[in-house]
Design a binder for this molecule. Sequence first.
Ligand code: PEP
Ligand code: MG
Length: 552
Amino acid sequence: MPEKEIALVIQGAPISPGLAEGIIHVHHSPLDPIDVPGHIEQTNVEEEIWHLDAATLRISDDLITLAAKVEREIDSRLAQVFTAHQLILLDSSLKEELKKEIAGNLVSASSAVKTVFLRWEKRFLLMESQIARDKGDDIRDVAIRLRNALAGITVHPLDEIPHGCVLVTSRLLPSDTVFLAGRSTAAVLLEYGSAGSHAALFSREMGLPCISRLHNLMTTVPDGALALVDAYKGTVTIRPHEKQKVIFRKRAEDKEHSYNLARERALNPAVTKDGVAISVLANVGCSDDTENAMLNGAEGVGLYRMERVYLGRVVPPSIDELLNEMRQTLSAAKGRTVCVRLLDIGADKPLPFMRFLAETNPSLGRRGIRLLCEYPELLKTHLRAVLELAREFDVHVLVPMVTLPDDVSVVKEYLTQLGSEMQLSSLPKLGAMIETPAAALSAREIAKHVDFLSFGTNDLAQYTFAADRENAAVEQYFNDSADAIFRLLRITHDDVPDVPLSICGELAGRPAHIPKLLQCGIRTFSIVPPLIPIIKEVIRNSLVTAPLTRNQ
Ligand code: PEP
Ligand code: MG
């Protein structure tokens, strides 16, 4: 390219870090995958409804298989998405509305799907609750799936994308992310998608660089051009000059070199420059996570999210089922500390075997321990299984969504009572998640009932800034590394200087903030498995006693 042609640099929000280079492939994801005749005769109504039922059944089966495959091969939280898709698909009021649309307006099943799902998507996007905003993408995903099934299309729309390309698309739906798992895509650029979205979750776990909030991306970016993607800074350089390419490639080489070095040293302990040993543990949800974490040098499990064991079940799991699931997930960490978080479910993530009363603001309603206290039998079964596990593993128990000291004292009472019934010689250590400002500011009272505190900075940021962590529209308010968050951490440490402090929110995996977290008294970090080698390396280069600057 002649040097005088100007390279285009666009700026977005980085949602999964990394550097990548590749040819841009613009992918349009229409909700109208095929041309279907919209109108039908009265005599065809039954036939169209039959087609709709048949397609629904087929997809429902596919979704179960897909959820199992995703859980096995990719990520258990992503698998939950497909279980939720199945619930949407089988929703009786949606079915009714589709049938009415076919019979009332004399349209084909495919046209009815398009009209009704777009109506539902709009309804969800206009609603205030977290579940509603999340559901926009899910509804669209199910609609595309259903329309493709009605048209007999079996290939995924992303089937055509070239290997090694930089994929440009307006947003990444859950099923797109699953499809991308088997590809060698270099990077993904999006118009929409927040740091808490499925796309973000997936791309971080796959180590796939991803930038979002690139406005007007679909109309400004040329298909087939070379792009340099810097998903640390959130910049994309399109049609770069020779000089820009050379500098970028050198940076990419250096990054790769330091990652390889970190990986080689991953099994060594993380000791700061001033000699303080720091524990680096893993956040896990399935057995693959635990296995990867151990290979990457995790010293144990700092957060086992076990919601998936409960989701999508028509009857609650028994003690044995829970125990088997936990044993399997944690087996690679046997002999090390494993921190099991009690079920963190809320009114926005309904359990099929429970009847929830609708809440106007589910994130501020019955979540985590609040819900467990309302269903003591559920809590007791859960604790009995955890106590059984403690006979074989070094178990710690973590209480989610703590706001009041009573939230933890009640768990302690149950543990003591059940432990004596089960004739255990000792009880697991108990910890409180500090993920509400009230908990951070009441650490002295809470600490009387627990052995350690663990900062859940994802929710701590959500509740401090009153900004839904999943909602891209208020993303500018959600800042988990803001001064306000560090002040809460520091106040907690000052109030309970002798209580062990850990962190298991996303903030723990961001190298730039490690020194500050160490200075806030945090001595245990729990992070996603791929980040463990790098975070250990950053700790080795940090000081616990470094003087604070004025702004800190
Ligand atoms: C957190 O809130 O920071 C946390 C670790 O819990 P989760 O992300 O599962 O809510
Ligand atoms: Mg949380």
